[in-house]
Design a protein around this ligand. Structure first.
Ligand code: FMN
Length: 217
């Protein structure tokens, strides 16, 4: 059955990037328009409204160079499934500039709605971003922060209120370089109370309700 990508209006974008950090495959294009994919374990949603997403790369890598050249990137969130996680590892290899990770990993490019970097069909969630700022620090590391200007999702992965369907999105995290090729699943869920009595609880609950209502206007 063909995948149906559902465009989501802005009020749902914050909920769509859940949990607030995730394993990501980030696409960019170079000055000639050639697409690039690289894998990132450091991708985090860093602001609610508007939604901003940040990640850390390295100066000299294709992603950093392309972002500097074009000011755009697309974040694609893969599922906790063997096939796509293997492709995530392929997209972490140091291919030369201009080599297509779409071909190397066997992934399908789907044009984005508002930016040049394509979406990756095999990922269920997509965030099209314009670069807000970059910061170079720590011996050549480059932190990139982008504003989400469009988001889309496989239609079976969100409910009618824009909450993700956890058993469908199957979010994953990367354990980090020292662990090699290890990932952790990030979609088991439970509600947790606050075993503390004091005015801070009410303040926090009110803030949470305000956020909830803002997103359900
Ligand atoms: C699962 C995974 C997560 C990664 N996370 C990051 C990361 O958060 N930051 C980073 O700089 N490199 C990370 N890497 C390494 C980059 O993907 C790798 O350097 C890649 O070659 C960059 O590609 P590019 O030259 O096309 O930008 C990760 C690799 C893998 C496989």
């Amino acid at each position: 059955m063909p995948v149906i990508k559902q465009d989501l209006p802005e009020k749902y974008w914050d909920k769509l990037f859940a949990p607030s950090s995730a394993l990501a495959m980030i696409t960019t294009v170079d000055a000639q328009g050639r697409p690039n994919i690289a894998s990132y374990g450091t991708c985090t949603r860093v602001h609610h409204r508007p939604v901003y997403i940040a990640f850390t790369t390295t100066r000299g890598k294709d992603t950093a160079a392309n972002i500097e050249a074009t000011g755009e990137f697309t974040v694609n969130l893969p599922k906790w499934e063997d096939g796509i996680l293997e492709k995530v590892r392929v997209c972490g290899l140091p291919f030369a500039p201009g080599v297509s990770e779409f071909e190397k990993a066997g992934l399908t490019a789907l044009p984005s709605k508002l930016v040049k970097p394509p979406r990756i069909l095999e990922c269920p969630r997509h965030f099209e971003c314009e670069v807000e700022w970059t910061k170079e620090w720590a011996e050549g590391r480059v932190m990139v922060c982008g504003k989400v200007i469009a988001a889309s999702v496989d239609s079976d992965c969100v409910d009618n209120d824009g909450f993700v369907v956890w058993d469908k999105v199957l979010s994953a995290h990367y354990c980090g370089g020292p662990y090699g090729g290890q990932f952790v699943a990030a979609y088991e869920r439970k509600s947790v109370g606050i075993p503390y009595e004091g005015p801070e609880v009410e303040i926090a609950n009110k803030a949470h309700q305000k956020t909830y209502h803002e997103f359900h206007e």
